[in-house]
Design a protein around this ligand. Structure first.
Ligand code: SF4
Length: 465
């Protein structure tokens, strides 16, 4: 055990919190235990049956903290957090809903399983070629559990961090939680090869530890992934990012779990060693930030020297309103967090339910942007995380009298694509890059020789100037 970690554990005074009525120990409910959620007992049976049908296709998991602290049960079924975690009938298109309902009526396990799988495979379970294009090779072997799409950033998926404290109904990584194929059980068990890969690729300045949610791991597992990276003292490594929704789905992770003090000690250890620690907090609605425990957890993380940046997709039925976004970003600034990304709902799972057309998304974003001070305008977007890169919607404009949609890359497989405006034909119905056509050419500029850029960065860099 590192001395600093022990020291932090001894010094932290927040471990005895029984006097403030902290929630009881972590308790989860899944499809098989949904009937045990007492808060649902007053709901209409039809609604519960519909949720069960959808939960046979899309993953479902919720915990006692979300149920007791985040959902306003007086507003159910319209409450945004209820929709964020509980499957809704319209999250499946009617054809898929009917098919799953019929399969369940058959009461045959085999039919139910194969029907669920068939539907899942029609929901684009692997968007943006995450597994096929982004996994690098090291010493002639695929580095399973690592992705390197953008030059400066390598993603690490710890095997035991590929689940979450609760599942979001919009999640683009939903297929990881329903075991479609063995390759979905993505993730590394040890970081030795990853560290060697970092050492051999000096352009990597940032490591993003992601999941699922890596903060689901107990300290003993987490430390095995993080501490060796810190100890390796890789000269070009500047930032460790941790992508997590634990601040809102289980803030007790930082205030009352048996190993909370050790986790915070580990965070302090990263910053003490001179690395930036960026806690990438996934927050979809300001209602998630109104709990007292959230505020406590933010304060504990900030004490470690970590910076907290926030991100969310724009989600129809949950947060697609300029008032909601502006209120959320302002609150984040009050908590000394940095609003970072507003994404477009991805082309997978229940995209039809959550998506907002790109032009409309730009309007909502712009209206929210004008409602906040310059300090909040660290937020970027609305951005599509698609196969070529992160494409920002700059908005509609006119060129030579023709109405077009201006776009640019925030990140690209080829770094030289970044920040160059390009134009698509105006299409107010488009919800994704694939719905757009180039305004003035046969193809978008990045589509020239595109196939050769479809690989992890270390394998395509020979084509990059
Ligand atoms: S917490 Fe993140 S990874 Fe987990 S279900 Fe929600 S969006 Fe997906």
């Amino acid at each position: 055990m590192d001395y600093r970690i022990e020291e932090h554990a001894e010094q932290n005074e927040i471990s005895d919190n029984n006097n403030i009525g902290l929630p009881k120990r972590f308790k989860v409910f899944t499809r098989s235990t949904i009937d045990k959620i007492s808060k649902l007992h007053n709901l209409n049976h039809r609604l519960i049956n519909e949720m069960k049908i959808v939960a046979h296709v899309l993953p479902f998991k919720v915990n006692n903290y979300v149920l007791d602290n985040l959902i306003d049960w007086n507003e159910v079924p319209n409450d945004p957090i209820f929709r964020l975690v509980f499957p809704q009938k319209n999250m499946l298109i009617p054809k898929h809903f009917r098919k799953m309902k019929k399969a369940l009526k058959s009461e045959s396990k085999k039919i139910i399983k194969s029907t669920a799988k068939e539907i899942r495979m029609e929901l684009n379970p692997y968007p943006a070629g995450q597994i096929s294009y982004n996994v690098p090779t090291f010493q002639r072997k695929k580095l399973n559990g690592v992705q390197h799409k953008y030059r400066e950033t390598a993603l690490l998926f710890p095997r035991s961090g590929q689940t979450c404290h609760a599942y979001c109904t919009f999640c683009f990584r939903w297929s990881q939680f329903v075991s479609l194929k063995t390759k979905d059980k993505f993730g590394v068990k040890s970081v030795d090869n990853f560290i060697a890969y970092l050492q051999e690729n000096p352009e990597i300045t940032d490591v993003l530890i992601t999941g699922g949610d890596p903060m689901i791991m107990c300290f003993n597992r987490l430390v095995r992934f993080i501490q060796p990276i810190v100890n390796a003292e890789i000269p070009h490594l500047r930032t460790i990012r941790i992508g997590s929704k634990s601040l809102t789905y289980w803030p007790m992770r930082y205030i009352d779990d048996p190993d909370s003090d050790y986790v915070l000690g580990l965070f302090s250890n990263i910053t003490d060693k001179g690395l930036n620690l960026c806690f990438m907090a996934h927050i979809n609605h300001y209602q998630e930030m109104e709990s007292f425990y959230f505020k406590m957890a933010v304060e504990e993380i900030k004490k470690t020297g970590a910076q907290i940046l926030t991100q969310t997709p724009l989600l129809n039925q949950i947060n697609a309103s300029s008032d909601i976004l502006a209120k959320m970003w302002k609150l984040q600034i009050d908590y000394n967090m940095v609003p970072y990304y507003l994404f477009i709902a991805r082309d997978t799972g229940a995209q039809h339910y959550f998506s907002v057309p790109l032009v409309k998304a730009w309007e909502i974003f712009s209206k929210a942007y004008t409602k906040v001070s310059g300090i909040c305008r660290t937020i970027r977007g609305p951005s599509m995380s698609c196969s070529p890169g992160k494409v920002n919607v700059l908005g509609p404009t006119k060129i030579n009298g023709e109405k077009v949609l201006a776009l640019s890359f925030i990140q690209g497989r080829n770094p030289s694509w970044v920040n160059k405006p390009f134009f698509a034909k105006y299409n107010p119905k488009a919800i994704w890059l694939s719905d757009l056509e180039p305004a003035f050419d046969e193809q978008f500029f990045f589509e020239k020789d595109y196939d050769k850029f479809l690989g992890p960065y270390n394998e395509i860099k020979k084509y990059i100037d």
